[in-house]
Every structure is written in structure tokens, then in C-alpha cells.
Design a protein around this ligand. Sequence first.
Ligand SMILES: [Zn+2]
Length: 679
Amino acid sequence: MSVRSIMRRPLFRCVPTRFLAFAATFAAASGFVACGEPAPTARLAPSGDDGSGHAAPSAATIAANTAVLSELPFEDETDFELARRGFIAAIEDPVILTESGVEVWNLDKFAFETGDSPDSVNPSLWRQAKLNSIHGLFEVTDGIYQVRGYDLANMTLIRGDTGWIIIDPMTTRETGAAALRLVAEHLDERPISALIYTHSHIDHFGGARAVFPDLATAEGVPVIAPEGFVVEAVSENVLAGTTMSRRAAYMFGFLLGRGPREHVDSGLGKASTPGTFGLVAPTQFIDATPVEMTIDGVRLVFQNTPGAEAPAEMMIYLPDWKALCGAENISHVQHNLYTLRGAKVRDALRWSNYIQEALRIFPDAEILFSSHHWPTWGNPDVVAYLKKQRDLYKYIHDQTLRLANHGKTPLEIAEEIRLPDSIAKSFGNRGYYGTLSHNSKAVYQHYFGWFDGNPANLNPLPPEEAGRRYVEFMGGADAVVEKARASYDAGDYRFVAMVLNHLVFAEPENDRARALLADTYDQLGYQAESGPWRDFYLTGALELREGAVALPFRLTGTTDIVSAMPTGLFFDALAVRMNGEKADGEEVVLNFEFTDIGETHVLWVENAVLHHEEAPAREDADVTVKLARSTWDAVLTQEKTLQGAILAGEIDVDGSRLALLGFFSLLDSFEPTFEIVRP
Ligand SMILES: [Zn+2]
């Protein structure tokens, strides 16, 4: 039996939700994110400001971007035809708001993306940005439809005998609901026959409550996900959440405006969305290949692909249409083997092998559609596309290790590795999201870790100390700025960034250094083909000029997701907050009894480490805390305060309250606006 059925846990409920960036969800869900005020900094003006706050593109940037035009076959318009094929209707006013008026999606802000690329955008990224702006409801084939362009991800609908089978409900309740309204208006308003999550990333499940606004409507409806989905969906970013969401703000350009000198595209789609996230628990898990089932008269064949693009992921074949859903393993980009927000690196070899497996078990596929971007039609084109994606990841894997086995180190490999033209000149493999540079480093990291084997890199000085010494060796701050200015004028931006970074870390208030480094990051951003690289550089420039910038939306948890977390995971997250120096010499034992779910967890501090295990309450505990898990969730999502819940009698504390307060005093809070581009 390959399909495991489970009871839907009663913990899932609807609660007031708030607005967060998707990658920040999990940090927030752990409830420990405060909204910090950034440190005041004298604002610096960019050179040649046009009101965007970013520098004018330099002659070197214009030359670099112009050169791209002759490197790639821009005359090939096939992708534009495919992205428009089957168009049924578009949302007339594509501005999607939350109930309280917060803007989740606004395609009007990308209206500038017409015509030839501006000097400040890599023409290849510009092309991808225009493709990702094509939006609407599309017929993939009679019976299969996609809503694209109203979210980072797609929603796919399959017409069953009586209802819709939905594959991926988008990122948020708002965007998912907008998609469903478009479907109801132009196709059919039908019941939901099944909801399928292709994988554990939030842009593929966060909109679940658009499909089932009232959980009662989900009763008896299959919700299907790959094995490991729930734990991966709720836990990927919990332990490392604060830093991961801070870096996600850089990667997705949350702090940037939209414009020729600002965010233009994420490569995978226009942008990631703030909004209301939810989760409806799966009822069935796919844990093998192939798994066949028929739902509402539709035959489905699942291919389980764990540990590639996501820890829990699967592809789906629809034999009645000879249509393959590639989930996010197959997209019109070179995807990330390493994601710049920070995450465990992905296994390129497994990823490639899954695509080969799909070629072997679904050789007759006539249609390929995925969780992002537009479909491919016709067996020869589908097979050719799958082969290129397969070989893209295997080539990076194999050639990185070939060079590593010649003794090359990550920086050298990233500089030397070149894709064959058959892959590189095909737009769908371009580095709009992942890049050859950082993906080859990911392969190296997967096998060798952070150390390149050179003893000079075994124990280098940290940035501020190194910066001070470098600046002194280079003749002092003024000399460094003078030389860096000459290198900037020569367009040697990568080196200018290295050198001025030393000066900024040595002298963070040196305005000339900060201003020139910010201009440098702008030029690097303008030349980048990757959306995340561009956003990383431009956000770095922004924060060099203005200081660390707080997110424009509040970070708090959503109860759907928080309540799905295993209790032990919270205590793992709590242990990460334990300040080792404060806890040195402390000993405390606490029982946590969760009255509504019948779980008891014992926590104890020993050797400055917080341990926990699910076990019978210890009699020698300093404190026993009795509460409902739902109360705990409300505290974590900041709907209630700990003190308030105690005063309201929802938390029963038996034993030394002083010991409990003492325990909490050992925990750090994390500041989500810490500096990145300055010390
Ligand atoms: Zn995705």
C-alpha cells in the first residue's frame, strides 16, 4: 500500500491572520520575531538619481548589457507564443488586496516592462520579466487549465466528472481566491474533488484556505501531498528563521520598489507575495513511484521525488491527456541548487535522476506543465525540454566534481565552469533564479562543505578586524577610495565590491566608501541575469545608503501553520534561543503538560543546553506548566501574551514561578533587522 491515509488533525482552525512575506512565515510562526526599528543612518544619494534611489547605469554596465543582446537568440519568440497559448481571460484589475486593504499583488506596478530593455536591466532578465507578466486563465488542453501571473506560482485545475481537482492553491488566500473567481467566471463553478500539493514550499500550499475557506467543506475531500510534506512545510525555516527571512528580504526584493532601477522580476515569477497563508492538512501521502489512483474519474500517476527541489515533492502524470505535471523540478529557469536566502543545499544528482526517471516512465507525454511558468506541447518538444533540464543539473554536478578532483576550489570552479551551448543558449535553462556560479558552489558544498582546503582560509580574521588591517595595508581610507574610484570608472565592479567592503567594515560611517560601494552594487545588480542576484545587490545598495530597513509588513505567525507544528519542534526552536553564556551553571527542570492533546514534555537545562523529550512528568521538576496546545499556539502567534494567558487562568503554573521566570530570562530574542552590508 503506497498511499497512507491519516485522520485530519483537529488542530487546524481558522484564526485571524496577518501579513507576512512567505519566506518569513516560519520565523514568524515560531513567534519570536519582534518588529525592530532600524538604526538611524544619514541617507546617501546615489550618483545620477532619477528618484528611484539608485545610481544611473554606467557606461560599463550599458556595454555589458548591450553585449548580452548578441549572445542569445532573442529573435526566437517561441516562449511568448507558448506563454499566451490557450488564453481564456484575465483579471481586469489585477490589484489583489487583503480584506484590510494591504496590497498582495499589483501588476500595474510592472506596466513599465514593455519594449526594449532599459540600460539598467540585463536584457535576458528583461525578456523573462516580460514572459512572467503574461497573466490570465489559460486552457492547457481541454480539461486542464492554469491560472498564471497572479502569484509567484501557478494554480492548475483538472476537470473531473463532477468537480475540480486543484494542483497547488498558490501562496495566499487572496491570490488563490482571485484565481478561483476567474475560473468560476469563465469556466465552471464546480465543487472541489481533490486538492493536491506538489511540494512543501509555501507558494504551493499557502493559498489552501482559498480552496477551503471553511474547513467543513474539506470534509471527505482528498488532500494529497508527498510523504514528509507536513513536517517539511511547517519546519523548514523554523530553527534558522530570523536570518532566513532577513536574507529572503534581500533575495526577493521585499524592500525594493518596482522599476527599471529596482525590482523587475524574481525569475520564477513576478514577485513573492505578502498575504494570508494557511494550510489544510493532507489526508493522503504519496511515498512511492508510481502510485496510481482515480479521483472523480481522472486517472493520476504519481512520481515521488523527495530531496531534489524540495525535501518533499512529487510529479504527476495524467494518462488521459498524456500530460505531465513537472511540479517545480522542471521550470523555465535554471533553478537553485542553493537558495540565497539560505537553506540546506539540494542534491543535483538526485534531481537530474528524477527527470530521467520521468522520461523513462512517461515517455509518451504530449504536454508538460509545471508549478511555475508556461507549458510545453508536443512529445518531441516535451522530451527535448526534459532532457535539457535533466542535463543542466547533471552537467553542473559532474563538471563541478571533475574540476574539484583536479584540485580546483569553489571560486575557481565558479569562474571556469561553462555550460555547453546546447543547454546555455536555450532560454529555459538560463540563470534567472539559480546561477551557474552559485549552483556550482552548492555542489562543492554538498560534497566538501565550507572549507576549500587552503590553510589560509582555515581560520581567517572576521570582517571588521580584517577590514581595519587591509585598509591600513592599502594606505588608509582615502587612498582606498581613490583607487576604488578608478576601478569603478573602469567597470571593475566585482573587485571594487571586495575592496570597499573591507573599508565599510573598518569604517562604517565613512560616507564616501558607503556611497561608492552602493553605486557599485547597483551596477552589479543592473548587469545580473538572475532576479535574486539583482535584488540582493540592489537591496545591499539601498541599505548602504539608508541603513538596515524594516520590512513594510508585520511579521507574526499564522495559526494554521503554527498548529501543524509538532510540539517538539517548538522546544528545538526554544533551545536555539538559549543564551549559552547566561545559562552556564544554571539547572532547571520543567514539565509541560498539554491538556488538549495529551502530550507531556520534560524540559531541562544541563551544561548550558536546553533538552526536551516527550516523557512522563518528572517529580523533581521546578515547575509544572499545564495548558492547552491551542493556548500555546495563541501565545506563539502573539494573539495572546504569556502573562495574559496566565492571568486569565489558561495556563496553570504549579511550582516556582521564579524558576519559570528565570528560565525565560535565559532566552534571547532575535532582531530581524540586523545589519548585513555593514558591521
Ligand atoms: Zn515555487
